[in-house]
Write a protein that binds this ligand. Structure first.
Ligand code: SF4
Length: 253
């Protein structure tokens, strides 16, 4: 079984598997959903996945299985905590170290299928720091075939399977991720205002700040609004949060 993420290394496993002549019965992708009706992927990624599924079907005759757990991100976010600390509060934004979105939303359905046989994962031959994740039941066709990351990228390009995350500013991973860059947040607000509004709502409800340094999505909203109003520059490499207050004082004055 190939565990597919739709990243270049993961997709290039198909080429390496063919080169090695390894058996392949299933291709499985664990999908995170923001809510019951909104996927965690941005629209260009949703489109790419559909296109990739059809190329893969033509390539090896296998239908990609999209699996999802019983919790959406929003459902996991609004779960009530038990125990001694923060009892009765909702989870809110995940802590960056050991985020529940990965352990409670993304991984459980995948862990369940992966237990049923040998799993191929997209670890490239030039990623030795990830080799410790391999075992008798978790194998990398790329390592076995000697395919490096750049070879994977080339193979995907040649086969129409290069995800927009490598060619455009589209973000891979969830659009609400706490780990994304400031610029990705800025683009999300500009291009997908309805998703940004949902993040602001979650932010108002969260007992945990969006970033571990205490900054919230509302702080980013103020920052981006100040940029829109011409009080701050999006390109300012020396941005400090105190500049927001300075720009606000200036406006009030
Ligand atoms: S991409 Fe971010 S939000 Fe999505 S599962 Fe991974 S850590 Fe969580």
């Amino acid at each position: 079984m190939l565990s597919l993420s739709y990243g270049k290394d993961s997709l290039a496993c198909l080429g390496a598997i063919e080169e090695l002549g390894w058996p392949l019965d299933r291709i499985v992708h664990s999908e995170v959903w923001a809510t019951d009706t909104i996927p965690a992927d941005l629209p260009p990624m949703v489109e790419f996945k559909a296109k990739a599924d059809s190329i893969i079907k033509d390539w090896c005759g296998i239908e990609v299985e999209r699996i999802r757990g019983h919790l959406t991100y929003e459902q996991a976010f609004y779960r009530i905590l038990g125990g001694d600390k923060r009892s009765g509060e909702i989870y809110g934004w995940p802590f960056p170290k050991g985020p529940y979105c990965n352990s409670d939303v993304k991984m459980p359905p995948l862990d369940k299928v992966e237990r049923s046989g040998i799993v191929y994962v997209g670890i490239a031959a030039d990623e030795p720091n990830r080799f410790h994740n391999l075992s008798d039941t978790k194998k990398s066709p790329l390592v076995e075939a000697g395919w490096t990351e750049s070879m994977c990228q080339e193979w995907c390009k040649e086969n129409g399977l290069l995800s927009p995350i490598y060619t455009t500013v589209t973000r891979g991973g969830c659009w609400f991720c706490h780990n994304q860059s400031v610029n990705q947040l800025r683009l999300l607000r500009r291009n997908y205002p309805e998703y940004w509004t949902l993040m602001l709502k979650w932010d108002s409800d969260s007992p945990v700040s969006f970033h571990s340094d205490g900054h919230t999505v509302h702080d980013f909203e103020r920052r981006f609004q100040a940029e829109d109003d011409g009080f701050l520059s999006a390109d300012d490499k020396n941005f400090r949060w105190s500049m927001l207050d300075e720009s606000l004082n200036y406006r009030l004055f």
